[in-house]
Design a protein around this ligand. Structure first.
Ligand SMILES: Nc1ncnc2c1ncn2[C@@H]1O[C@H](COP(=O)(O)OP(=O)(O)OP(=O)(O)O)[C@@H](O)[C@H]1O
Ligand SMILES: Nc1ccn([C@@H]2O[C@H](COP(=O)(O)O)[C@@H](O)[C@H]2O)c(=O)n1
Ligand SMILES: [Mg+2]
Length: 238
């Protein structure tokens, strides 16, 4: 698409091309823009079964965000019969992390398709590679013929759902949604991957003062009453 646009730009009057490039540079520098609106992203991290999906539903209902779950997008990709499906399925059953370019492509497509300016992304970034690649790649969307927006997405902040392994294991074994990774062998592997690969990402954001920690061991309504309603979840982004 980009090559085609560059070729078409040669046929346009120079002042128009100059205006377009200046406008695009402005947008690149200071905004995450989608369709002319600043796109706000909150990452939701926490161990398997800490209640990310459950509380994201509350956030959608009360604060009008679009919820994207990286795990759900990957499961949908398996069910779509895509060429990567078998590989993703094997990785999920092993509790490992899918290569970043696959997950990020799915997230980008969902953000562009969503057309909203507020996204809550759950289960991502799961490791340092997820984080670095997502923050370095640019989201492209042709909003109008003259506005090819290139968007560097970085989160407003990160919600960390902190929960004990004992409680997470109990929840996952009782979830009963037919997930291929809700069995004790995979659950233990997912806990290990969380500690080794995902906690360092939380620590990275913590070092930047971007983490809001949620006590997720409490019953679900209390988590939302205590933290969600006090706006800790969205920090006034409504
Ligand atoms: N605070 C809570 N107390 C008790 N049970 C909960 C709580 N929050 C969620 N649950 C239940 O625990 C299970 C896991 O919750 P949920 O799917 O929201 O977790 P998750 O963090 O999204 O997990 P995963 O990373 O595996 O997708 C579900 O059956 C859910 O109903
Ligand atoms: N960024 C991600 C997110 C998820 N996965 C894989 O999907 C599994 C399920 O994810 P949930 O968030 O629904 O628990 C997870 O265990 C990973 O195998 C991933 O690779 N990358
Ligand atoms: Mg989930």
């Amino acid at each position: 698409m980009r090559g085609g646009l560059v070729a078409s730009a040669r046929l346009l009057p120079r002042p128009l091309v100059r205006w377009f490039l200046q406008r695009r540079a402005q947008l690149d520098i200071n905004e995450n823009m989608l369709g002319g609106k600043k796109v706000k992203i909150i990452f939701v991290l926490g161990g398997p079964g800490s209640g990310k999906g459950t509380q994201c539903s509350n956030i959608v209902e009360h604060f009008g965000f679009i919820h994207l779950s990286a795990g759900e997008l990957l499961r949908a990709e398996i069910n779509s019969g895509s060429e990567n499906g078998t590989m993703i399925d094997t990785i999920i059953k092993e509790g490992k992390i899918v290569p970043s370019e696959i997950t990020i492509k799915l997230l980008q497509e969902a953000i562009i398709k969503g057309g909203n300016d507020k996204y809550i992304i759950d289960g991502f970034p799961r490791n340092e590679e997820n984080r670095a690649v997502f923050e370095s790649v640019q989201l492209q969307t042709l909003v109008t013929y003259f506005q090819l927006l290139q968007i560097n997405i970085s989160p407003e902040f990160v919600l960390f759902f902190d929960c004990s392994e004992e409680e997470m294991e109990r929840r996952l074994l009782g979830r009963n949604q037919g997930r291929s990774d809700d069995n004790i062998e995979t659950i233990r592997k997912r806990f290990k991957v969380f500690v080794e690969s995902s906690l360092p990402v939380i620590e990275y954001y913590e070092s930047k003062g971007m983490v809001k920690k949620i006590d997720a061991t409490k019953p679900a309504p209390e988590v939302f009453e205590d933290d969600g309603k006090r706006m800790k979840f969205t920090n006034g982004i409504t």
